[in-house]
Each structure stands twice: as structure tokens, then as C-alpha cells.
Design a protein around this ligand. Structure first.
Ligand code: FES
Length: 147
């Protein structure tokens, strides 16, 4: 279940069969006591720490969305479609790949991890070799739903 990739020094952790996490679905796993959310967004895989840096709310229940980008007055430019997770409590938005917040990208962020579907299995890559990996629950709802 656990392998070490020496080239990039990441540990490969097999989670669940990929057919159990369809596009639009999310998975919550606990790795050595740390909750990590894994999302399948139309075949793009993201994994991030399941805790908002503002007040610790579970991000796995947030909307996956895009946002209005910086632009000139009278211009409205939508971007990052389905690349952001929005905190369900106060709406802070984080890029699921980089973890950076949209409002203060250099100061506020969440930890992100590499995730992928490989040979029919959802895998997570982490720098440290975990002692315990637990599948906590599968959260299933659409990418643009707000709870
Ligand atoms: S708890 Fe996430 S934005 Fe406030």
C-alpha cells in the first residue's frame, strides 16, 4: 500500500478504487491524525488539508468553483473555473492545486498534496511516510453546490 518514490522523495499512498470516486465527488481521509480532502473534478485530482486557516472549518464541504479575477473597472473577468475550494463558513477561496488564497496568496494558504488516479486507484503523494491512513468518509455532491 505504501511505496517510496526516491526520485522526488514522495511516498505513494493508495486510497480507494478510482471507480468509487466519480467526477464531482470528494473523499475525506485521515493521515496520522490529519484530515485531507481529495477531490475528483472532471478527472483532475486535488488534495488539500481539510482545515480552513481562518477558523478551522472543514473545507471538504465547500463549493468547488471559480471566481471573478482582478480586472479593469467596468470589466468582469471570470477565471479559475472549478479550481477553487470556497470555505463554507465565510467564503475564503483557495486554489486547490497551489493552496494559495485568492485574497492574500503570499500570506494565507492551505497545504496541498499531489493526488492522481493511477491504474484504477486513487493515490496520494506525501513527503513523509505515514504510520496510519484511514478512509473517513466519502462526500458526494456536485462541484458547484453550496451547502
Ligand atoms: S472559517 Fe473559513 S473563511 Fe472563516
Amino acid at each position: 500500500m505504501l511505496e517510496q518514490n526516491k526520485a522526488v522523495k514522495l511516498n505513494r499512498i493508495e486510497l480507494i478504487p478510482a471507480d468509487q470516486l466519480q467526477p464531482g465527488q470528494r473523499l475525506l481521509v485521515e493521515v496520522d491524525g490529519i484530515e485531507i480532502a481529495v477531490t475528483n473534478v472532471d478527472g483532475k485530482w486535488y488534495a488539500f488539508r481539510n482545515s480552513c486557516p481562518h477558523q478551522g472549518v472543514s473545507l471538504v464541504f465547500g463549493a468547488i468553483t471559480g471566481t471573478m479575477m482582478p480586472s479593469q473597472p467596468q470589466e468582469y473577468q471570470y477565471g479559475c473555473d472549478n479550481e477553487l475550494i470556497r470555505c463554507p463558513l465565510h467564503g475564503w477561496e483557495f486554489h486547490m492545486k497551489t493552496g494559495k488564497s485568492m485574497f492574500q496568496p503570499d500570506k494565507v494558504s492551505i497545504l496541498t498534496y499531489e493526488a492522481a488516479e493511477e491504474e484504477g486507484t486513487v493515490v496520494l503523494y506525501m513527503k513523509r511516510l505515514p504510520k496510519k491512513v484511514e478512509i473517513k468518509r466519502q462526500v458526494c455532491f456536485g462541484q458547484s453546490n453550496i451547502l
